[in-house]
Write a new protein. Structure first.
Length: 286
């Protein structure tokens, strides 16, 4: 089983020709509402790849929360440990420009009400965590989990540095990597992180693929070239695919290469969720 501990947000995707600058007003080309939140995106995307997934998350006691639970059930994600909190469901305001790039502002709502005592379920063979929930929840999940622990440090919060010894696989994107290490030198920065992270640091590089570093080797694994429509959630889909691959005991290099392919398919359509394994197979051999 894969356990995802993380957030749910209603995503308001606001399409613009170009991002506004400070003090500038722009018109939107259309607004759409999707299910989002890094935890939910990762759980649903892993389930779509045939992973058996349990989600530990919190929603508000509003219609959005109800809809989220229905959605997870349709997507075959186990919701036994989803908590309904008195308050509003998380909401993310996402600008997407013509190049498919995004800017995101999150109102955490119920996500910030998830507590350590909500982690009463058994954590699976692989546990996948991000940072849109409180740090004590992240710490408890890392402490309680006895399987492979993947931490996607998104968005970076400074306290995460004190937890790195508990992490097996750390998966920052380039911005998060820079925030964590203070350098954009991948070889050097991953070496520094590997003094504390147990097994591997994988830096996701968007269209350039991902940089995989372990104590023995460090190299870039390229991604297939595709035309992006919306890159929102590509990192979530990558993490989901990585969790599924590591759950199936693929080696790290094959797991990253699989995750690159799945993430590439995900950016060809709008929204933050990943493709099913059948959709991936239409494009690539996996
Ligand atoms: O990683 C993309 C996600 O970040 C969006 O779905 C949004 O909800 C924010 O959590």
């Amino acid at each position: 089983m894969i356990t995802v501990v993380g957030s749910y947000n209603v995503d308001l995707i606001i399409r613009v020709e170009k991002f506004p600058q400070a003090s500038e007003t722009v018109f939107t080309e259309g607004v759409k509402v999707y299910h989002g939140g890094k935890g939910s995106n990762q759980a649903v995307s892993a389930s779509r790849l045939n992973g058996r997934v349990t989600l530990i998350a919190a929603v508000g006691n509003d219609n959005y929360g109800e809809e989220a639970i229905k959605f997870w059930q349709e997507e075959k994600v186990d919701t036994s440990y989803v908590k309904v909190k008195r308050g509003r469901t998380g909401m993310a305001y996402i600008l997407v420009n013509r190049k498919g790039e995004n800017m995101i502002v999150v109102d955490r709502g119920a996500n910030s009400m998830l507590t350590s005592s909500d982690l009463d379920g058994t954590l699976g063979k692989v546990t996948l965590i991000q940072l849109e929930v409180n740090m004590d929840v992240v710490k408890t999940a890392l402490t309680k989990s006895h399987g492979v622990k993947i931490l996607n440090p998104a968005p970076v919060v400074s306290e995460v540095r004190s937890l790195l010894e508990m992490v097996d696989v750390l998966t920052p994107n380039e911005i998060e990597f820079m925030e964590l290490t203070g350098t954009n030198d991948l070889s050097y920065g991953t070496l520094v992180l590997l003094k504390r992270v147990n097994k591997a640091v994988i830096v996701t590089l968007g269209e350039k693929g991902a940089f995989l570093a372990t104590r023995n080797r460090a190299f870039r694994i390229p991604s297939p070239k595709v035309k992006p429509v919306d890159t929102t959630g590509a990192g979530d889909v990558f993490n989901a695919a990585l969790a599924v691959a590591l759950h199936e005991e693929m080696d790290l290099e094959d797991a990253v290469s699989f995750a690159n392919k799945v993430a590439s398919v995900s950016v060809m359509t709008e929204g933050a969720l990943g493709p099913t394994i059948e959709e991936v197979r239409k494009h690539f051999e996996v």
